[in-house]
Design a protein around this ligand. Structure first.
Ligand SMILES: [Mg+2]
Length: 730
C-alpha cells in the first residue's frame, strides 16, 4: 500500500478487499472469541454473524474441539506459527482435520454445508500473537460429489458381492441356472454345475458339445414350450413361468418349473434367455394322487361325480361348437341291494368292479364312464351323430349292448351272480341344457325303465324314444326278413369288351309290405346289429342257387361267374371261409364261378387278417374283386400284396370319365395300374355309350351299368341272356 494513500482510504480499501474476497475470513481474539467475519461468511452462515462479538468460536462449533483445526488455532494463538491445515483436499478429503459443518435450515439433506479451513494464521500486533485469522472455503459440492461417488462404488461392490453370494446359494440349491442363446433350438451358453445332481447331465458336456435346450424337452411338450415363449415375447412379457417335462441324463421323465427372463439388447432385440429350472416331479406326483382322490372313485377307479360334472360341461360346449349330439346313459343295477345284503359288501364291491370293467370294455376311448354312487353309473358317449335321431339310434344300440353285456352272469367268490341294468338315456345338448339337468333327466328316464319292468332302456323325451323305437322296429323287422323271405336278389350283367356276357353282380333288396326298402337304409342297421351275417349268408347261397339254375337252363349266353358283395362283418366272421367252402360244395359249383366283392374298408380294418383270408380263398380258387376302388384309402403298397383278380372302378369316376379331365386321368391310371398288377378292370355305372367307348379305348375290359341293363330279377336275367347279341357295344 502506497504511502500516498490516506489512512481513511486504506481502511476503505481493506474493507472492500475483505468484501470482495471469495472465501471466508473469521478473525478470533486471543481468547478465541469471534471478533470479525467478512461478508462471505455472513452470506454463507448467518449464525456466525449473530454470535459476534461475545461468543467463542468453539462454542459455535463444539465438534471442532478435539480436531486438528482446534490444534491449529491453539498453535496459532500460543506459538504464533502459521499452520497450513490442508491443501490436499482432492487426495485426502478429511484425514487431517474435522470439517466445519454448518446447518443452515431444518432441511438437512439440502442445506448441510461443509467448510474447509484452508488457512489458519496468527496475526500479532506485537511479537505476541493476539489474533487468529481463519480462512475457510465451502467444499460442500465437491465433498458431496466425492461422498456420492464413494457411496456408489460401495453400493456396486455390495451388489456384486450379493450377486456372487446369491449365485453360490442358488447353485448349491435345487435350482439349475441357465443361459440360452436366442437362436433355433436355444443353444445352451451356460448351465450351473448342479445340473448333474439334479438331472444327471454334466454341465461341461452340455456347453462343450453345443447342446440345444430343446433337445432335453419331452417330445410331447416341445410344441407347448415353444408356443408359450412365442406368446410371451409377442406380448412383450419378459418374465414368464411354465411347466413341462424334460428327459434327464438317465432317460427318466422329470417335470420342471421354468422361470425365464428375456434379456434384450439396447435396440429391444432379444439377445438371450436367463432363468432357472426347479424339479417339481414329486409335486406333480402328489398332485396327481390328490387329483385321483378328488376325481376318481377309489373302488372302481372310474371318474366320480365331480369329474363327471366337469367333463360333461366340456362335452356340452364342445358338442355345441361342433354341432354334434352326445348321449348320457344313467344306469343302476336292478338287484344290487339284494346281493349286497345277502352276500355281504365284499361280494357287492367285487361285483361293482366287474361291472365297471365290462362298461369300460364296451365304450370307446373318447367316451367316459363314471360311478356316481352305490350302484349308479353314468356313461357319456361323445359325438354320436350330427342328427339327433341318429344319435338316439346309436345311443340305443350302445345302451342295448351294454345291457346285454352286464346281464351276463358274474362269477364272484364262488357265487354265480345275476344282475341287469336299467338305463335312462338323454341325448344332448338341447337348448338350455347344463350338466346337472342332463344327469337329472337321465335319472328320471332310468326310473321309467325300472317302472317298465327293469332290465330296460328308456329315453327321456318322446321324440328320442320315438326315434329309438323306429330303429328298434326296423331292427326287429330286419331280423325277421330272412325267415319271412322278404329279401330278394336282382342281377346286373357284366359284359366283356368283345360283346359277350361274362358275369353278373347280385344285389339285395328288401320288400316289406309291398314297399322296397333301400339297401342304404337297412344295410347300415344290419351291419351295426350283426344281422348282416344272416343276410349275407342268404345272399351268397341264393346267388349260387340262381347261378346253378341258369347253368342248368343251357341258355345261349351262359355266364362264367357270379359276383356277390361281402360286408365287413361277414368277411371278418371266423366261419366265413368254411361257409364259402360248404356253400360251393352244396351247390356243386366250381370255386372260379364265384366272385367275392370286398371293399377297401375291409382291408384297412385289419390288413394282416384280410390278406390271410384272401389267400385262403384264392387257394380255394374263388375269384376276388376290390369293389368301389378309388374311394377308400387304398395304399398301393398293400394292393400289390392282395391276391385280387378284379378292380372295380368306383361309379363316381365313371360317370364323367369321358369329359372331366381329373376323372379321365384317375380312370386311366387305375386301368394301367391294374394291368401292371395283372388284374382286370370292371367299370360299373356305365350310362352312356360315349363313356363305354372311351373306357374301352383306355383298356378297360368289362362293363356294367344302366346303358347295358339295370339290375333285373332272375327270370328277367334269363331272358336278357337269351336275347343278348352284343350289338349295344358296337
Ligand atoms: Mg358291388
Amino acid at each position: 500500500m502506497s504511502a500516498y494513500t490516506s489512512f481513511l482510504e486504506q481502511t476503505e480499501l481493506i474493507e472492500k478487499l475483505l468484501i470482495s474476497l471469495n472465501s471466508g475470513l473469521i478473525l478470533l481474539d486471543k481468547d478465541e472469541n469471534v471478533i470479525f467475519v467478512n461478508k462471505w461468511v455472513i452470506d454463507s452462515c448467518p449464525e456466525i454473524d449473530s454470535a459476534i462479538p461475545q461468543q467463542k468460536f468453539l462454542d459455535i462449533f463444539p465438534e471442532l474441539k478435539s480436531g486438528r483445526v482446534y490444534e491449529a488455532i491453539v498453535n496459532a494463538g500460543i506459538n504464533g506459527f502459521p499452520s497450513i491445515v490442508s491443501n490436499a483436499l482432492n487426495r485426502h478429503p478429511f484425514p487431517f482435520y474435522n470439517p466445519i459443518k454448518l446447518i443452515k435450515s431444518n432441511d438437512l439433506q439440502k442445506s448441510e454445508r461443509i467448510f474447509q479451513a484452508i488457512h489458519i494464521v496468527p496475526i500479532g500486533l506485537s511479537r505476541q500473537s493476539n489474533y487468529c485469522a481463519i480462512f475457510i472455503n465451502d467444499v460442500s459440492p465437491s465433498v458431496m460429489r466425492e461422498d456420492a461417488l464413494k457411496k456408489q462404488v460401495e453400493k456396486k461392490q455390495l451388489a456384486v458381492r450379493e450377486l456372487d453370494q446369491q449365485k453360490k446359494l442358488f447353485e448349491a440349491g435345487p435350482s439349475v441356472v441357465f443361459k440360452l442363446d436366442y437362436r433355433d433350438g436355444y443353444p445352451v451358453e451356460y448351465v450351473s454345475p448342479n445340473l448333474y445332481e439334479q438331472f444327471f447331465y454334466h454341465a461341461e458336456d452340455i456347453i462343450d458339445n453345443n447342446f440345444h435346450f430343446m433337445d432335453f424337452i419331452h417330445a410331447d411338450d416341445v410344441r407347448g414350450y415353444q408356443d408359450h415363449i412365442l406368446v410371451n415375447i409377442e406380448t412383450d412379457v419378459d418374465h414368464f413361468e411354465q411347466e413341462y417335462r424334460i428327459i434327464d441324463g438317465q432317460g427318466g421323465i422329470r417335470w420342471v418349473n421354468d422361470f425365464t427372463t428375456v434379456i434384450r439388447k439396447e435396440d429391444g432385440q432379444i439377445s438371450y434367455f436367463h432363468g432357472y429350472l426347479i424339479d417339481v416331479s414329486e409335486h406333480k406326483l402328489i398332485e396327481k394322487q390328490i387329483k385321483k382322490q378328488a376325481f376318481y372313485d377309489s373302488l372302481t377307479s372310474l371318474p366320480n361325480r365331480r369329474m363327471l360334472t366337469e367333463r360333461l360341461n366340456q362335452d356340452i360346449s364342445r358338442a355345441r361348437r361342433h354341432k354334434f349330439y352326445n348321449a348320457l346313459l344313467f344306469m343302476d343295477l336292478d338287484n344290487f341291494k339284494y346281493i349286497n345284503d345277502s352276500l355281504g359288501h365284499g361280494v357287492g364291491d367285487e361285483l361293482l368292479v366287474e361291472v365297471a370293467k365290462r362298461i369300460t370294455d364296451r365304450i370307446r376311448l373318447e367316451d367316459m364312464a363314471a360311478r356316481i354312487g352305490g350302484d349308479e353309473f353314468v356313461i357319456v358317449l361323445s359325438e354320436l351323430d350330427k342328427d339327433m335321431e341318429q344319435a338316439a339310434v346309436k345311443g340305443q344300440i350302445i345302451a342295448d349292448s351294454l345291457r346285454a353285456k352286464l346281464s351276463a352272469s358274474y362269477s364272484i367268490r364262488g357265487n354265480e351272480l345275476h344282475t341287469s341294468p336299467s338305463i335312462g338315456v338323454v341325448i344332448f345338448p338341447r337348448p338350455g341344457d347344463e350338466s346337472q339337468k342332463i344327469i337329472q333327466n337321465a335319472d328320471t328316464a332310468m326310473y321309467h325303465a325300472k317302472a317298465a319292468g327293469r332290465n330296460d332302456v328308456r329315453f327321456f323325451t318322446e321324440e328320442m324314444q320315438l326315434a329309438a323305437d323306429n330303429r328298434l322296429h326296423l331292427e326287429k323287422n330286419l331280423r325277421m326278413a330272412v325267415t319271412n323271405q322278404e329279401l330278394c336278389l336282382v342281377y346286373q350283367p357284366q359284359v366283356a369288351k368283345g360283346g359277350e356276357v361274362l358275369a353278373c353282380e347280385s344285389l339285395v333288396r328288401w320288400i316289406k309290405d309291398n314297399k322296397i326298402i333301400s339297401p342304404a337304409d337297412f344295410i347300415p342297421v344290419a351291419e351295426e346289429t350283426g344281422i348282416i351275417i344272416d343276410i349275407g349268408e342268404w345272399v351268397v347261397q341264393e346267388s349260387c342257387r340262381q347261378f346253378k339254375a341258369w347253368q342248368q337252363l343251357h341258355l345261349k349266353n351262359a355266364i362264367q361267374h357270379i359276383a356277390v358283395n361281402i360286408s365287413p362283418k361277414q368277411f371278418r366272421d371266423s366261419n366265413f371261409i368254411q361257409f364259402v367252402e360248404n356253400t360251393l360244395r352244396y351247390h356243386q359249383m366250381e370255386p372260379s364261378e364265384l366272385e367275392l366283392e370286398i371293399t377297401e374298408g375291409i382291408v384297412i380294418a385289419d390288413v394282416e387278417d384280410t390278406i390271410e383270408k384272401m389267400k385262403q380263398l384264392k387257394a380255394m380258387g374263388v375269384r376276388l374283386a376290390m369293389d368301389d376302388f378309388g374311394t377308400g384309402y387304398s395304399s398301393l403298397s398293400y394292393l400289390k400284396n392282395l391276391p385280387l383278380d378284379v378292380l372295380k372302378i368306383d361309379q363316381s369316376f365313371i360317370r364323367d370319365a369321358s369329359k372331366d379331365p381329373n376323372d379321365k386321368a384317375i380312370v386311366s391310371t387305375i386301368i394301367s395300374m391294374a394291368k401292371h398288377l395283372k388284374m382286370v378292370t370292371v367299370a360299373e355305372g356305365i350310362e352312356e355309350k360315349s363313356v363305354l367307348n372311351h373306357l374301352s379305348r383306355e383298356g378297360c375290359s368289362i362293363f356294367q351299368g344302366y346303358y347295358i341293363s339295370k339290375p333285373i330279377t332272375g327270370e328277367e336275367f334269363s331272358n336278357f341272356l337269351k336275347s343278348w347279341d352284343g350289338s349295344l357295344l358296337f
